[in-house]
Design a protein around this ligand. Structure first.
Ligand code: FAD
Length: 437
């Protein structure tokens, strides 16, 4: 059996390892274009800042391919023929497979402005290693730039460009920063913190278009023109599946690979998808890619089992994630409603909208530290924490144990990391408990 895995990031490499652990004799080929070794894409910002070298972010020893007896192909896949079971590579070579995993991840969503990519330079992104090289080559201290789009990639790009000594305009279209994860009060804490660092952080600021003028990029904002040396577009990511458009492998409208419950393509037997490029079922029944690190890992492992013939049904467990907004730690676990679209959520298996919802919230006075706990029918179902390192595993245990708010508030200190640096948790007299999620 010849297994071919395209993509050596978290989804692809975890699948390849899982295949080898179960099948000592199979031929396993891993194809990728970006780097010889798997690296942590989530650490791009530290590489840009020089705090880490690319090799510091490699999450397996460099002898992994030799130990696992993977064949390495460093090339770009430009076509797939599922009927002939072959891949076409940019180098002109062809590669056959028996079972194929597409773990090709995401690429930056392109800015929708006419002419944005017609001339070289001026418009950059921050998702792949070539993106990083592009920004690295252009960004010089003293320059000005605009980061357009207020998600995790946007805030990381803004931070590293600020640290390099550029004047950064951070332009967020939504009324507050990161509304898919933060409510208004939390987002204001983050935005204030960013401004405190000296960035021009503007919410409710759509960019209508741009023009190139006198070597500058001039952005059209409501009632104003903003000239900058370059722009970083951070308006989300899209599945990296352009090369599959005419392949017969079914793609969802957003470009992700349509999969069955076992992550096999709905249209091409023997072809599987995992990670950012796979269309999967969310707890609320909607179908979209998940596009985060740990679900990509889990999908890679599940896809490997399906490729080996196991009866697999991929379902994400309880949601969790962590990140940083500048130096504000962010931890989330369980059900946190999308503040901008309360009917959508990123939480534990579809709790439905019926029931008695409550939100407990507090902010430490004068500090960028908040805690939000979502309660349904007296049971805690979700956490959002800013400014403290929390152990999401403890939060998830409480969610699964269906703990009450009183229990959780009495035990919050058990979920603290770095106890020696952090103030103990305590309920403040200003804490609120209101109806509604
Ligand atoms: C700046 C940044 C910060 C992030 N921060 C977080 C975070 O804090 N928390 C979090 O959960 N997630 C974060 N993410 C998202 C996370 O990195 C992704 O969800 C995860 O990397 C997806 O893994 P993947 O294996 O599906 O694909 P990717 O990591 O996108 O890798 C795709 C792989 O496919 C290869 N490839 C693609 N196309 C081809 C082709 N045609 N031919 C050959 N090879 C190909 C690439 O070389 C690469 O090996 C962040 C992402 C970015 C960009």
């Amino acid at each position: 059996m010849h297994f071919v895995v395209v993509g050596n990031s978290i989804a692809g490499i975890e699948a390849a390892i899982a295949l080898r652990n179960r099948d000592a004799h199979a031929r396993i080929t891993v194809v990728s274009y970006e780097h010889d070794h798997p690296f942590a894409r989530v650490s791009l910002m530290y590489i840009f800042c020089g705090q880490l070298r690319l090799e510091d972010t490699e999450f397996y020893d460099r002898d992994l391919y030799a130990r696992m007896r993977f064949d390495r192909v460093r090339d770009l896949v430009v076509g797939v023929d599922p009927a002939a079971k072959t891949l076409s590579l940019k180098s002109g070579a062809t590669l056959g497979y028996d079972r194929l995993l597409l773990a090709v991840g995401s690429t930056a969503r392109r800015l929708p402005w006419a002419g944005a990519y017609d001339a070289p330079g001026g418009v950059h992104h921050f998702v792949t290693l070539p993106d990083l090289e592009g920004v690295n080559a252009v960004a010089k201290p003293g320059m000005s730039c605009a980061v357009v789009g207020g998600g995790l990639i946007g805030v990381e790009s803004a931070e590293v460009l600020h640290l390099r000594g550029l004047k950064v305009h951070f332009l967020v279209r939504e009324p507050w920063y990161f509304p898919v994860a933060l409510d208004k009060a939390e987002a204001e804490v983050v935005a204030e913190h960013i401004r405190h660092h000296g960035l021009d952080c503007r919410t409710g600021t759509p960019v209508d278009g741009f023009e190139r003028r006198d070597g500058k990029i001039v952005l059209r904002l409501p009632g104003e023109e903003l000239p900058v040396d370059f722009v970083v577009g951070a308006i989300g990511v899209v599945p990296n599946t352009g090369f599959l458009v005419d392949s017969g492998i079914a793609l969802a409208p957003g470009g992700a690979i349509e999969t069955r419950d076992n992550l096999e393509s709905t249209s091409a037997p023997g072809v599987f998808a995992a990670g950012d490029c796979a269309q999967v079922t969310w707890p609320d029944g909607s179908r979209r890619p998940e596009q985060i690190w740990y679900t990509s890992r889990d999908q890679g492992r599940a896809a490997a089992r399906a490729m080996l013939g196991d009866d697999v049904k991929y379902r994400r467990g309880t949601w969790y994630n962590s990140a940083k907004f500048f130096d504000i730690e962010y931890t989330t676990a369980g059900f946190i409603p999308f503040a901008a679209k309360p009917h959508k959520h990123q939480g534990v298996g579809a709790p439905g909208e019926e029931g008695h919802w409550q939100t407990w919230y507090q902010q430490l006075p004068g500090k960028a530290v908040t805690q939000r706990i979502v309660v349904k029918d007296g049971r805690v179902v979700g956490f959002n924490g800013l400014g403290t390192r929390w152990d999401h595993q403890v939060f998830m245990r409480w969610i699964h144990e269906r703990r009450s708010l009183d229990y959780v508030l009495a035990h919050m200190n058990e979920a603290r990391f770095d106890e020696e640096f952090m103030e103990p948790f305590r309920v403040l007299p200003t804490a609120t408990l209101v109806d509604g999620a």
